[in-house]
Design a protein around this ligand. Sequence first.
Ligand code: ZN
Length: 494
Amino acid sequence: MADRRILLAGIQHETNGFSNLRTTLADFRSYQYAEGSAIIERYAGSGTEIGGMIRGAAAAGLELVPTLFTFAMPAGLVEAGAFEKLLGVIEHHARPLAPFDGALVVLHGAMDVAGREDADAGVVRFVRGFLAPNAPVVATLDYHANISQGLVDAADVLVGYDTFPHSDFFERGEEAASILGRLLDGMERPAKAFRKLPLLPATVKQATTAPPMARILAAAHAAEGRPGVLTCTVAAGYTYGDVPHLGAAVLAYGEAAAATAAADHVAGLLWAARSELRADLVAPDEAVARAMRAGRGPVVLVDAADNLGGGAPGDGTVLLAELLRQQAQGALVVLWDPEAVEAAAGVGVGGRFIGAIGAKADRHHGTPVPVEGDVRFVGPKTYVRDGSYMKGTRVDMGHVAVLRVQGTTIVLTSLRVPPFDATHLRCLGLDPAAQQILVVKSAAAWRGAFGDVVADAILTDTPGICSQRPDRLPYSRLRRPVYPIDPAVVWTHS
Ligand SMILES: [Zn+2]
């Protein structure tokens, strides 16, 4: 049975409904992008879903036919033309070899394409067009997927990450390939139990290494060990999409009664934990003062409202302004500002930079901060991740400038660089462990980069399009009531 041919495709995006940065084809091409056999060459052995699918397919005797894998940094709506082009690439590689015996699809689950409803479900339905009748589709999802009924209906099985910070890309890819192999070996098509909750958990409370999510994931894993349950996914959801299917969900597959019992049990635990999933935030001035007073560093100031991993620009200046105002020493801030990088390059290493930096993408993340300081480094930078987040993948920082302003080191980048791996600082000769204060534009994923060296972390109440206070976000399509915006909302199992 080694010649069962499986279409392999992946389009991943987490789309922030409040960002004015449109996501273009160039954004997909510049982050993660490979077509055809280059997918296998690039991702075999990497800590990604594709890496896991390659291993799992080999173990199950499946022949993968790779078409497209791409992933753009979270940002605003995906341009319709870009999405059509990506589907066209899948078609280009799939059409000559169709029909396939099955498909493995890598999705995020929170993609929003201009003018389209539920684009993730659209990808699965598109892929089905190249399969034999009744051929199974298994897809992987991010823990931050806003799972829709349409997506559940479109795929035979969905497998979501069990970790945040995400570190099980490979394992979930391998699991998806293994499930597909069993379906093709004659395992009965599993029943689906889908529970959508009216719940928007604060991103900073979603870490699966801490309560309450640690115990909820433990319950999901225990459910997977029960007879009749094939797999169980907990999706925390992504609060920053402006879509009707926003929010957390639990999904279980298997024999109907067992899957239903598993989904109801885990969803009940998640709903019962809702008050623990609200963020407690500290005002920026107080957060900086506390970090300066701390006996031991580094203290991480979590700027979750400007979370790059959630589609915010990563150029918010509220904490930088406060660090400079209070004359903090040993602080490190990374900001996206292509204009300032160019200006610093004009000054050159050893020169004096004078200008306003940051807060140029929109009006939601503070105002540009006037600074004067020494230029310590200018030049292009790329690095290869070597931590728990997508180990082995290459990241382009674009052009980078390092400034020293009072006691604060400011790294300016021309591309948006998330703090998911400490290498983005180490490659510049900056040791995160040696800092007193680290500003991170991330909700929880920064723990994968700095979690082992950090002395303390403070969740700051900054403004931004990834605010931990959903009541401040300008939704137009949100279904109400929803917790915590409507604290008295009632949910009962469907
Ligand atoms: Zn995620």
